[in-house]
Design a protein around this ligand. Structure first.
Ligand code: ADP
Length: 461
């Protein structure tokens, strides 16, 4: 029976384990709990890592087709079964790596079980071998998020990202046709990757644009660059999914309220995620909103020793944000819950791994306009860029937004080549208060797309 630890984490994903390891390294006694019994949460189980493994192969095929006019010959194909084998191997490799990390951390224990809060300093963990009661100095809630299934009749026939990307996934053969319900980042990324792999894809989105809530400067640039083979139907509200002799039929209302249907071999349900709230939080007065547990900028709930990090607070539900949040919590626990570190959600970059990718960070024009914030914009088109010309992918470009006067970087976005890499540099610059002058006076490596950051900044001088 484990009693008296310094920290219990509810979950062992990106919101939990960086804090666990950090505190254990400082000699604190840490107990991490997760029903999966392994580190890394949903990111490795069925999220970022496995989906990007499949996407990377799809990206190669997509790029090969773009290069066809420069002499790349033959049609490049990949066997889905082997792609899945590779994905499973990557997951196994990373799980083994995490296991080694655990072995090297004597102050940290990972217990397989589901945890609920009994009182502000006690948790109960349901394990295979019964219930354990543990008293703890601090609690870190990092129970993540789960797939949201809207009440559509027949939704149970649909695949979810879980069926596609978990270890030994349920989908083992690539379908010849797929309907994707939902044009958020998971729906759009999956539509792009399956289309690149050779599946006929139709995407149904109930709003008038994809990636709802994203600044139109991103979506308006991205949409024309996507594979025109992907059929995207906007303002389409799905009303039911039914089995047919060849697969599934999705019935929907179009923008004029007229009923129509779409048939395909498989249907992917990608209608968003919702926070997973552990039992017991209400009883101890922890506040929640529809997006998750309410926390301050130090990641504390109304109890200064109980933290909520990652998807469960819904602020910036991305793995890399969870990781940084977890470290903020660790630093504040080490400081006796009197904060010494704060989360800057604004400088967390977002990438949508479509083909091509789109990324953004900080303030973008639409939100700035709504909040009355003035931004100074400068941009760089990839049609001017040497790497884009080499690859024959000259669509899109970089936009940077600065604060007038101080010229401090306030935000930026990239659509097109290397967006997923470039946004790291832009996020770093923004997080550390760099100005247009700093960006303009850096020797960006040539001939890489990051040159565009310096070139855009130099337009202001
Ligand atoms: P984040 O990146 O925000 O940490 P993840 O979704 O990657 O989120 O990880 C959350 C983890 O929390 C998952 O592995 C999930 O199994 C685990 N979890 C969910 N509910 C509980 C609970 N009541 N007790 C312990 N672990 C939980």
């Amino acid at each position: 029976m484990l009693t008296d630890v310094d920290l219990v984490t509810i979950g062992a994903g990106g919101g939990a384990y960086p804090a666990g390891f950090r505190l254990a390294r400082s000699g604190k006694k840490v107990l991490m709990t997760d029903p999966k019994g392994v580190l890394s949460g949903n990111c490795l189980a069925e999220g970022c890592v496995p989906s990007k493994t499949v996407r990377e192969i799809a990206h190669h095929l997509w790029r090969h087709r773009q290069m066809a006019s420069f002499g790349a010959t033959g049609s490049l194909e990949a066997r889905y079964e082997q792609i899945i084998d590779h994905k499973d191997r990557v997951q196994a490799l990373r799980y083994a790596q995490h296991e080694e990390e655990l072995k090297r951390s004597p102050n940290l224990t990972l217990l397989k079980g589901s945890t609920r809060i009994l009182d502000p300093h006690t948790v109960l963990i349901e394990t295979d071998r019964g219930t354990q009661r543990v008293s703890t100095g601090n609690i870190l809630i990092a129970s993540g998020s789960d797939i949201h299934r809207p009440p559509i009749p027949g939704a149970e026939h649909c695949l979810t990202s879980h069926d596609l990307f978990k270890v030994s996934p349920n989908l083992t053969r690539r379908p010849d046709s797929m309907t994707v319900i939902g044009g958020g980042y998971i729906g759009l990324e999956t539509a792009c990757m399956f289309s690149a792999l050779g599946t006929r894809v139709t995407l149904l989105e109930q709003s008038p644009s994809v990636l709802p809530g994203t600044d139109p400067i991103v979506t308006d640039t991205l949409l024309p660059l996507l594979d025109p083979g992907i059929r995207i139907l906007f303002n389409a509200t799905v009303i039911s999914v039914e089995k047919t002799s060849n697969g599934l039929q999705v019935r929907y209302l179009d923008g004029n309220g007229k009923e129509d249907f779409q048939e395909s071999r498989s249907v992917l349900l990608a209608t968003g995620r919702k926070p997973v709230l552990p039992e017991g939080i209400k009883e101890i007065g922890i506040e929640t909103s529809p997006r998750g547990i309410v926390v301050n900028e130090a990641l504390q709930t109304k109890h200064s020793h109980i933290y909520a990090c990652g998807d469960v607070n819904g602020r910036t539900p991305l793995f890399h944000s969870a990781l940084r949040q977890s470290l903020v919590a660790a630093h504040n626990i080490m400081a006796g819950n009197s904060p010494v570190d704060y989360m800057d959600h604004r400088s967390v970059p977002t990438t949508v791994f479509t083909l091509p990718a789109a990324s953004w960070v900080g303030w973008l024009p639409e939100e700035a306009r709504q909040q009355g914030i003035r931004l100074l914009e400068t941009s760089y088109a990839f049609k001017e860029d040497s790497r884009a010309q080499i690859l024959g992918e000259t669509g899109g470009g970089i936009r940077l937004f600065f604060e007038p006067g101080t010229l401090r970087l306030m935000g930026g976005c990239v659509v097109g080549i290397d967006a997923d890499h470039l946004i790291g540099e832009m996020g770093q610059a923004m997080a550390h208060g760099l100005t247009a002058r700093d960006l303009a006076t850096f020797a960006d490596p040539h001939p890489m797309a990051s040159e565009g950051i310096g070139k855009a900044a130099r337009q202001l001088f």
